[in-house]
Design a protein around this ligand. Structure first.
Ligand code: SF4
Length: 469
């Protein structure tokens, strides 16, 4: 079936990583531009593959090039709503091609071609050929498919205008619904190949972490393939509306994570946050010193106020982990009225990159927008604190209250063996570093008439176990 393609094509190559030493060229990615788009069309010439712009033979080893993939499909049973879900499979199917690596989705794609593949005679047409066979195999409702690959900067720029319009149309449609309007949520386990304990729970108010799949997309996908990776979750009993905890969601999480995760809050990064795979567009993280939240997306190249860049933070919470104080999310979820509502949403956000802030200005409450600093205003905790104080950010009030409560508690419990703050923390195991600093004050049990109190201390520990006696 793939006899015309000079490299192997098989699911066994899905996990292949092409490191820079091994790479012939990089396509799209953080240092260039690129996107992918699937469109259902009326008129599609089956099997047509076009490469517009320089092919691999005209590219220089070690260089980075713009890259776009337009996949047009036709089929009697194909609905427009399926575009997002079919498009999301591009990631997996590209990775079946030995010597071609594909990461992320939409206009975040990042690809590489290996030197070995280039030496074997691999051309970009071969990628198109492999995709057209694989897509038809995976989705028998596709009757005709044609693929255009763009590598010329000007063409990719024009293509990007088209893709951002298409993504926005899909996202805007999903914004018309809210969780209360539906009886069914959806689960997606497409990312379990590299994040085995991860299941995305997709609701009208919470698009998937990858930002590429919304509730409508899931509905169409589950209808088309009820035994596929996207499935229905009856909304059922609500345990906590604000946090977004549901009995059926917990059951599905437990089942799909083989018992590793048995509770999730859809709208909080504390307690039991949603698991994170690795495709998330951004990460929300807790900044303990200021009791606020930061957001960083994959396009932001600098360091966050925690002193680490996006990549390090992503490494800490990806792979299907549930890490309190961190949660992968889509940028579209930041447009949701339920955006981290249990944590006070934007009232608690105290830092985010300027590019995200600018793109979300219509969704951040007007009175808060100027109170949230970006990397252009403040970066260190000290600078952020100063900015928040000057702008009278609501988190400052929260800090004052916490300080007053802590002082009161100190007076009341000075003779106690274990501080009230410690007792207030539920039994926790494997709490991340950020959470360790969550209590503003830690008291250790007294011994020999002495009591040790750590104030404003930063504690670095790989694992902390706090057990109720
Ligand atoms: Fe599915 Fe979530 Fe992965 Fe997107 S991030 S493909 S919704 S599991």
């Amino acid at each position: 079936m793939f006899e015309d393609i000079p490299v192997d094509v098989s699911p066994m190559y899905e996990g292949e990583r092409i490191r820079s030493a091994n790479m012939f060229v990089e396509l799209a990615g953080p240092k260039s531009i690129g996107a992918e788009l699937v469109q259902v069309e009326e008129d599609v010439e089956d099997g047509k593959i076009e490469v517009l712009g320089p092919n691999l033979s005209e590219m220089k080893e070690g260089e980075i090039y713009p890259f776009g993939i337009l996949i047009e499909i036709k089929g009697e049973k194909l609905e427009k709503e399926l575009e997002g879900v079919i498009e999301r499979r591009t990631h997996e199917l590209c990775n079946y091609v030995k010597g071609f690596m594909h990461l992320n989705q939409r206009d975040q794609i990042w690809c590489r071609v290996s030197k070995e593949a280039k030496d074997a005679g691999f051309k970009l047409e071969h990628l198109g050929e492999a995709l057209s066979i694989l897509f038809k195999e995976e989705f028998p409702i596709i009757e005709s498919i044609s693929i255009k690959i763009f590598t010329k900067k000007e063409d990719v720029e024009v293509f990007l205008e088209k893709t951002s319009k298409a993504y926005e149309e899909r996202d805007a449609r999903a914004r018309e619904l809210s969780d209360e309007d539906v009886d069914v949520f959806y689960g997606c386990v497409m990312c379990q190949s590299f994040a085995p304990t991860h299941t995305c729970v997709v609701t009208p108010d919470r698009t998937a972490l990858c930002g590429a799949i919304n509730w409508f997309d899931c509905r169409a996908a589950a209808k088309m393939d009820p035994d596929g990776p996207i499935f229905e979750i009856e909304k059922g009993e609500v345990l906590d509306e604000i946090k977004g905890e549901y009995v059926n969601v917990n059951t599905v999480m437990e089942d799909k994570s083989q018992g590793t995760v048995d509770r999730v809050y859809l709208h909080s990064i504390f307690g039991y946050p949603h698991t994170s795979c690795g495709c998330f567009e951004a990460v929300a993280f807790y900044i303990p010193e200021l009791d606020g939240l930061g957001i960083v997306d994959r396009d932001f190249k600098g360091e966050t106020p925690l002193g680490i860049p996006f990549s390090a933070m992503a490494g800490q919470c990806s792979g299907g982990k549930q890490v309190e104080g961190f949660a992968g999310l889509s940028l579209e979820y930041m447009r949701s009225p339920k955006f981290l509502q249990a944590d006070d949403g934007y009232e608690r956000v105290i830092w985010l990159p300027k590019a995200i802030k600018d793109s979300l200005l219509d969704f951040i409450p007007e009175d808060l927008a100027e109170k949230i600093p970006t990397e252009e205003d403040a970066n260190s905790i000290k600078e952020i604190r100063k900015f928040l104080r000057e702008k009278n950010h609501p988190v400052m009030e929260r800090l004052k209250e916490a300080k007053a409560t802590a002082a009161e508690t100190e007076t009341e419990t000075v003779e106690e063996e274990v501080s009230t703050e410690m007792e207030a923390v539920p039994e926790m195991e494997g709490v991340p570093m950020a959470q360790v600093a969550y209590a503003p004050e830690l008291s250790l049990p007294s011994s020999g008439g002495m009591k040790i109190i750590f104030k404003n201390a930063k504690i670095y520990a790989e694992k902390v176990i706090i057990k109720r006696k």
